[in-house]
Every structure is written in C-alpha cells, then in structure tokens.
Design a protein around this ligand. Structure first.
Ligand SMILES: Nc1ncnc2c1ncn2[C@@H]1O[C@H](COP(=O)(O)OP(=O)(O)O)[C@@H](O)[C@H]1O
Ligand SMILES: [Mg+2]
Length: 249
C-alpha cells in the first residue's frame, strides 16, 4: 500500500523519465578562502518533483542562500551530487550550466536586481536577448509577461518610478519570460511590507499552480512558508523536512 502511494506521488511529480526535477544527494558545501574553510552544508539530501512548491527556512547564516545557489547552478557542491532533471551537474561543462540557467531556471531576489536604466519592458526582455532572440520577439514576450503580472500600464516606467511590489512583479516577469520549469526566489518579499508580500506570494503560487512551474522559495517568514506545499529547514548544516501543519519553531 505504502509503495503504491509513493509511486503515485512520484509519478505525478516527476518528469516522464521518472526523475525528480531537483535531487540533492548527500550534498556538502564549504566556503574556502586562503586558509579559511567554513563548512555550511553537510550531507543534505532533497528531492523536489515537477510542479511542487517548497519553502526553505532557517535562521540567518544557516545556509539557505548557499543551498539555493547550488540548486540554481550558481555554485557547485563541494561534496555529494546535484541532479537537475536527472542530469548529474558535476558531469556538465560551465557552458551547459550557463545554458540551463538561462533556459530552465528563473531567479527572483530580495533586492529585485533590475537594471535601473532600462524600463520594465526592456528589463523583462533581457533574458531573451541574451538567448539570441530578436528584439521584436523578446519585446513581444516581455509585453505578455508584464501583462501577466498585472503591470501593463507600467511597462514603460523605469524601476525608480515603481513601488517595491511593482519592481518585484517586474523581476518575476523577467524570471518567467524564458518559460523556465523552475523558479527560485531568495527572500522575495524581504524588502516589502506585509500586505505587498502577501500579494507577491499569491502571484508566485498562482504561477506555480496554473503554469506548473516548480517553485522554491527561501524565506524566514513563517506565514509565507505555511502557504507552500512543503517546507524544509536548514539547521546545523543539515536539512529537516517540516511536517505539514507543524509549528515552525
Ligand atoms: N562568499 C562567502 N564566503 C565565505 N563565507 C560565506 C560566503 N557566503 C556566505 N558565507 C557564510 O556561509 C554561511 C551561510 O550563508 P548563507 O547561505 O548566505 O546563509 P542564509 O542565506 O541562510 O542567511 C554564513 O555563515 C555566511 O557567513
Ligand atoms: Mg540568504
């Protein structure tokens, strides 16, 4: 019985090849700088299926961003394996990983990271230009993306002329314009008031539900973590799965 249930869950959440989109096996990570050696993650295993939403919580400095950067191919584990859609990332070239970052993964950051000289539309179009699309194709997709996050009437405003919540909407549109299968967000509501934070999370969750994009959000905000399907906690370099409904102590 238990096997049947497990198989069904796996079948729903995995790619046709039966692989989880994200799979970390006994991952370790240590920062090294000269003689400095700081272990941050130790023996972290985590599988996330396609279409799932998962929060990563933990105290400041516990290693949440380090973990997200490994999942986002910005850093490589110093121990263990990371497989993205079944492919061992240690076996890929830097070029392959850059391509995967551009085509498979969208990033959203706490500080938005928009280019100040470009208007909202051109910020959103940028990943497609990097990918080699024509300006016309990129702008067309960007306009659609801006509309999807409810900012059609702000498309020609620069970031400085937008509120924090509007800037984060632009950043979300930019993260999604290349139709990634994975959206990673590092404290996406950290610079926003609580009502705006709630709106932004609702937007992320609706994109997860309606478009099936897998969503991984680093947050220290309990109310955000509770709205995700799953929640894992980084503590003392290890990962603990929080049970649904358990207190986030
Ligand atoms: N580039 C770096 N060099 C050295 N240590 C770092 C670096 N980045 C982060 N750290 C350290 O690694 C630990 C985990 O950092 P981080 O993943 O950013 O934590 P979190 O996102 O949970 O606040 C912290 O102790 C931090 O000081
Ligand atoms: Mg962090």
């Amino acid at each position: 019985m238990e096997n049947a249930a497990t198989n069904r869950t796996c079948h729903d959440a995995c790619s046709p090849s039966g692989e989880h989109l994200i799979r970390l096996e006994q991952v370790g990570y240590a920062y090294r700088n000269g003689t400095m050696h700081q272990p941050v993650l130790d023996g972290v295993s985590l599988s996330i299926g396609r279409g799932e939403s998962c929060a990563i919580v933990g105290t400041s400095g516990s290693g949440k961003s380090t973990l997200l950067n490994i999942i986002g191919l910005l850093d490589q584990p110093t121990a263990g394996r990371f497989l993205l859609d079944g492919q061992d990332m240690a076996q890929t070239t830097a070029e392959d990983r850059a391509k995967a970052r551009n085509q498979t993964i969208g990033f959203v950051f706490q500080s938005f990271n928009l280019l100040p000289r470009l208007n909202a539309l051109d910020n959103v179009a940028l990943p497609l230009l990097y990918r080699g699309c024509t300006r016309q194709t990129a702008r067309h997709a960007a306009r659609h993306g801006i509309e999807r996050v409810g900012l059609a009437d702000r498309a020609h405003h620069r970031p400085a002329d937008l509120s924090g919540g509007q800037r984060q909407r632009v950043a979300i549109a930019r993260a999604l314009v290349g139709q990634p299968s994975l959206l990673l967000a590092d404290e996406p509501t950290g610079n926003l008031d609580s009502a705006t934070a709630d709106d932004i999370l609702s937007l992320l969750l609706s994109l997860n539900r309606e478009q099936g994009v897998t969503l991984v959000v680093v947050t220290h905000d309990e109310s955000i973590a509770r709205r995700m399907q799953r929640c894992v906690r980084v503590k003392d370099g290890q990962l603990q799965e929080q049970e649904a409904g358990a207190p986030y102590a």
